[in-house]
Structures are given as structure tokens and as C-alpha cells.
Design a protein around this ligand. Structure first.
Ligand SMILES: Nc1ncnc2c1ncn2[C@@H]1O[C@H](COP(=O)(O)OP(=O)(O)OP(=O)(O)O)[C@@H](O)[C@H]1O
Length: 303
């Protein structure tokens, strides 16, 4: 069964086309990631799906209900964690959760089972003002608030932005546990390393979907020779590689540069070229493309 069907949805703000002719289907039970840089249109698409914005064109159906026509029936069936924290900073942890439960006509006790794992970590601080929590704890509380009415579909807009690495890891573990219980989850992130946690991902840029596939499928879209290259003088290395006759693209990826070349170029060719330019400590290895490499290539193809 499809949990979310998006058909040719567009939305503009004055001259900015935030979402442009997006079509996408997400199956019930999927953990689906919407990956894209700031300004790609992720938040706008989320707001349309959670009935907070009307699309200019197209149609979206969540859990069998039209997001425009059936918004009242749909709202109790979905959970939404907006990008910026939706908590009331002057209310305590427990008061925030009770508030969200009451809005949906339920109680913390009625659905405690679903949030037990997550809320258990917050309970020692239940009387603390939400505004005084750490980023990771705010994020857990916001997730509890989005879950407290037991939704069928959960929308999480950049839930890990600005959260430390340990909390990010824990957060993804929580999402997997919720997903195993049958919850459909649509999560957006600007972090490519989180894409691999999802069943399928859509890559989004300037309002358009560039690709939809499993993380492995997205990696396999990259078909060109790819090398990781390092040398003592990185600044000169990037300049020389970008000027090389065999180079297609060259980007910095951590301590290495990722170099895409014309077909049939070997590590030996690159090495010869770089030693000819007096580079020292040259290290070149052919590598398999990651999601970020595929995304960069797709972004370049789409100008
Ligand atoms: N209410 C608005 N009024 C005017 N422009 C808007 C509005 N909301 C979004 N935009 C513009 O639409 C585009 C898409 O924004 P959106 O917030 O959907 O992207 P995003 O992928 O969620 O990125 P971010 O992480 O920066 O929020 C951006 O160019 C943004 O400036």
C-alpha cells in the first residue's frame, strides 16, 4: 500500500519556485529520506504533506486522504516534527508532552508504550523547562510530542540539524525501532551520511527531485572513473587537477580530493601528471562512488 502519493506538485513564493513538479510515491512501512541542501524545497514539500501549505498545482495523498480536501481527517493520523523546534520553551518537559497529547484528545498514559524508549531518557528531567534542555534532549522531546497521538505516518524535517554526532546516531537508532513497529517515516536531512540509513532516498535540488532509489542504487548511478587523490600541497593539487586534460570534476572530500576523469584514465596517468608538476607524497586510489559523489554528479548534470 502507498502511504504517500505526490503527483506533479508545485509551489512558488513570489519569484521563487520552491517545489517544482514533484512526483513521488512512498510505501507504507518505509523509512524514506529526502536529501538535499538548504533551500532545496524540502520544508515546503513537508508543509504541503502535513496540510500546512496548499500546493499551487498537483495533488498529494497521505494515508489515502487528500492533503487539501481531507486535511481535517488527515491531521490526527500524521505526526510532524518541524525543522525548528516546535516546543514551548517555558513549559516543562512533561507539560510540553501533555499539551501535545491534549491537543490530539489523548493522554501520555494512553500511548506511553510508543514513546517509552525515548521518553524514558527524559523522565529524570521532566520538570525542567524545555528551553533549558540540550539540543539532543530537545530533539527527543520534540519526537515524543510528534508521536504522542500514535500517528500512522511520521514527518521529520531535518531532525538532526545542529545536533551532536552521538545524539544523531542515537536518534537514527530510535527511528529504526519506530520503523520496525510499522510506522512509515519520511525524514529530511542535508547530511549525506544519513542517507544510507534509509530504505530509499530522493535527492532534491532547487525544488526538483533528481533521483529516487535505494542508497545502493543511487551510488550505482555514478558510472565514471573515480579516484581519491592526496598530496602534500592540497591547494596546488586541486588547481592542477582541475586544469588537467583528463579531469571532468574535482572536489574536496575530507582529507582527499575526489577526482572524476574521462574513461580509460588510470592511476598511473594521474600520478605521471602530478609528479611532472612536482607534487610530493602523492597518493591515488580508485574508489567506489558514495551517495555524495552521485549527488554532486546529478547536480552538475542538472545545471
Ligand atoms: N514563506 C516563504 N516565502 C518566500 N520564500 C520562501 C518561503 N518559504 C520558502 N521559501 C523559499 O523557497 C525555497 C525552498 O525553501 P525550503 O525551506 O522549502 O527549502 P529546504 O530544502 O527546506 O531548505 P532549508 O533547510 O533552508 O529550510 C528557498 O529558496 C526559500 O528561500
Amino acid at each position: 500500500m502507498d502511504a504517500i502519493q505526490i503527483e506533479q506538485v508545485s509551489k512558488a513564493f513570489a519569484d521563487t519556485q520552491a517545489v517544482s513538479d514533484v512526483s513521488l510515491t512512498i510505501q507504507a512501512g518505509e523509512l524514506f529520506g529526502l536529501i538535499g541542501p538548504d533551500g532545496a524545497g524540502k520544508t515546503t514539500l513537508f508543509k504541503i504533506l502535513v496540510t500546512l501549505l496548499r500546493p499551487d498545482q498537483g495533488k498529494a495523498v497521505v494515508n489515502g486522504l487528500d492533503v487539501v480536501r481531507d486535511f481535517r481527517k488527515l491531521r490526527p493520523l500524521i505526526g510532524y516534527m518541524p525543522g525548528r523546534f516546535s516546543l514551548y520553551p517555558d513549559l516543562s518537559v512533561e507539560e510540553n508532552l501533555s499539551f501535545f497529547a491534549t491537543v490530539f484528545g489523548t493522554t501520555i498514559a494512553a500511548n506511553y508504550e510508543l514513546i517509552r524508549d525515548i521518553y524514558g531518557q527524559l523522565e529524570p528531567f521532566k520538570n525542567r523547562r524545555a528551553g533549558a534542555l540540550s539540543g539532543g534532549m530537545k530533539q527527543k522531546l520534540a519526537l515524543c510530542c510528534a508521536l504522542i497521538h500514535k500517528p500512522d505516518v511520521l514527518f521529520l524535517d531535518e531532525p538532526t540539524t545542529g545536533v551532536d554526532a552521538v545524539s544523531r546516531k542515537e536518534f537514527w537508532e530510535m527511528l529504526h525501532r519506530l520503523n520496525e513497529r510499522g510506522l512509515t517515516i519520511l525524514v529530511s536531512t542535508p547530511y549525506m551520511d544519513e542517507a544510507g540509513q534509509c530504505d530509499r532516498i530522493a535527492l532534491m535540488q532547487t525544488g526538483r527531485i533528481l533521483a529516487v532509489d535505494t542508497p545502493g542504487g543511487v551510488e550505482n548511478l555514478f558510472q565514471k572513473p573515480l579516484f581519491a587523490v592526496k598530496a602534500r600541497d592540497t591547494y596546488r593539487l586541486i588547481q592542477d587537477l582541475r586544469a588537467a586534460p583528463f579531469t571532468e570534476t574535482c572536489y574536496a572530500f575530507g582529507e582527499y580530493l575526489h577526482l572524476t576523469t574521462r574513461p580509460s584514465v588510470t592511476a598511473g596517468t594521474i600520478h605521471g601528471y602530478l609528479t611532472g608538476k612536482q607534487h610530493e607524497f602523492v597518493d591515488i586510489k580508485p574508489i567506489k562512488a558514495g551517495i555524495e559523489d552521485s549527488f554532486m554528479a546529478l547536480m552538475q548534470d542538472h545545471g
